[in-house]
Design a protein around this ligand. Structure first.
Ligand code: PEP
Ligand code: CO
Length: 456
């Protein structure tokens, strides 16, 4: 679509108009002057992404809405400052690249890669405070707000962390961009994406056979046609839950030549399930920015709630603007999703439907771990494809929590992890993530489902 003209932007919106609404899930900062000083400093720092990248992503998402691309969005539930390191960033990228190769090969269409990284530092919590042994402290809300340790000092919401979060996002972005620009994602060298610890995995063997086949085809085509530039580079975009509105506001900017306001902290911010109320501060903030945006949709949302939300966030039905990420749970998706798909379809609204099969399937084990059963994750995704097919709508992408580290956080999968195995390598600070094999298995499921075949 051509550039939106300036007069379609809401005249009653400003980057701070959210402050007149109820903002859920925000920390209580002790000192307003300290917060103001930090947000003023943040507002003077350079942005993390550019408006033309943001608009290019919106265009690509518009293509995904038409079925010409598939969205792969994934990364940590919560990034941490401590994990801003070379191996953790590059291993996460390797898993996403391997998954996307499986998807490109199987779906025969371009895959749009969006990381949950370079800014995923704020977390919604079910309670504002936490009590241990009679001591009550503020809940940990992610590294952009406070520290996870259970001490008065760590749990104090600290405005300086806004600056630190921007810096760690910039370090992550810089490394990802350098890797991609340097040829890390080159299809001629998929061996760059091998993870040392998965050598003996049965799925890795299947993956390698596929890679060898792709390598042969690539060499054959290049013998005939010369080097094919598109295979040496891929695009990578960033996303995070834009939860902490002081942070997002400080990075909301105007740019030369493109009208309106852009959130330049990330390409693709989303509204979490707990903060998606129509009259809330998050919806107010999001309606005024020009980025492509997503909203998480949980099992209690009704068509009567969803349609006004779509109107508020995408009043001009702009292509690529709005993605709806359903996260229902394996047991609930069958009843909860069809009425929403039918209502949106009946209304003729343009959205990209994406499945998050993670967040509706979280449970606690008897030994005290927060986990997800791989069978439930796979089951929800499997059902999502069938429900969309029956409704005449299109599932255009997936949203996953995954890591390139050798973790044991979700049970089941190719290595049949049990609840007892969780103790071995449970590292997540918040939600349990898929490990390498579980991630690749989901990519293979997507290919089978999209091809119309039976799921294993
Ligand atoms: C998340 O994506 O980590 C999250 C909290 O999701 P939701 O808002 O869907 O619960
Ligand atoms: Co999560």
């Amino acid at each position: 679509m051509s550039e939106v003209s300036a007069n379609v932007f809401a005249s009653d919106w400003t980057p701070s108009s959210w402050q007149n609404r109820t903002a859920l899930q925000q920390p209580q900062y002790e000192d307003a002057a300290e917060l103001a000083q930090a947000t003023a400093q943040l507002a003077g720092l350079p942005p993390l992404v550019t408006s033309w990248e943001v608009l290019a992503l919106k265009q690509a998402l518009a293509e995904a809405q038409e079925g010409r691309r598939f969205l792969l969005q994934g990364g940590d539930c919560a990034e941490s400052f401590a994990d801003c390191s070379s191996p953790i960033i590059s291993n996460r990228l390797k898993v996403l690249l391997q998954m996307s190769l499986v998807l490109v090969h199987g779906l025969k269409k371009p895959v749009l890669r969006v990381g949950r990284f370079a800014g995923q530092y704020a977390k919604p919590r079910s309670a504002d405070s936490e009590t241990r042994d009679g001591v009550t402290l503020p809940s940990f809300r992610g590294d952009v707000v406070n520290g996870p340790e259970f001490t008065v000092a760590a749990r104090r919401p600290d405005p300086q962390r806004l600056i630190s979060a921007h810096a760690h996002s910039a370090l992550t972005m810089n490394f990802v961009r350098a890797l991609i620009d340097g040829g890390f994602a080159d299809l001629h060298h998929p061996e760059y994406w091998d993870l040392a610890w998965v050598e003996h995995s049965p799925l890795a063997a299947e993956y390698r056979r596929m890679v060898a086949g792709i390598g042969d085809s690539l060499r054959f085509m290049e013998t005939l046609a010369g080097p094919i530039a598109g295979f040496s580079k891929v695009d990578f975009f960033t996303s995070h839950e834009a939860l902490l509105l002081h942070y997002e506001q400080a990075l909301t900017r105007q740019v030369p030549r493109h009208p309106g306001w852009f959130n330049l902290s990330t390409h693709f911010p989303w509204i979490g399930m707990r903060t998606a109320a129509l009259d809330g501060a998050h919806v107010e903030y999001f309606r005024g920015i020009r980025n492509p945006i997503a909203v998480k949709v949980g099992p209690s949302v009704t068509p009567d709630q969803l349609l006004p939300l779509i109107d508020a966030l995408n009043p001009h039905d702009e292509p690529g603007r709005l993605t709806l990420v359903h996260r229902m749970g394996n047991a609930k998706i069958g009843a909860a999703l069809p009425p929403l798909l039918q209502a949106v379809r009946r209304d003729g609204r343009r959205v990209l439907w994406v499945a998050d099969p993670m967040h509706g399937n979280t449970e606690s084990t008897s030994n005290g771990y927060k986990t997800r059963r791989f069978d439930n994750i796979r089951g929800e995704l499997d059902q999502a494809f069938d429900i969309h097919a029956a409704a005449g709508t299109r599932l255009g992408g997936v949203h996953l929590e995954l890591t390139g580290e050798d973790v044991t956080e979700c049970t089941g999968g190719a290595r049949g992890l049990s609840e007892a195995d969780l103790e071995r390598a449970y590292k997540s600070m918040v939600d349990p993530r898929l490990n390498y094999e579980q991630s690749l298995e989901l990519a293979m499921l997507i290919v089978r489902k999209s091809a119309g075949g039976m799921a294993a």
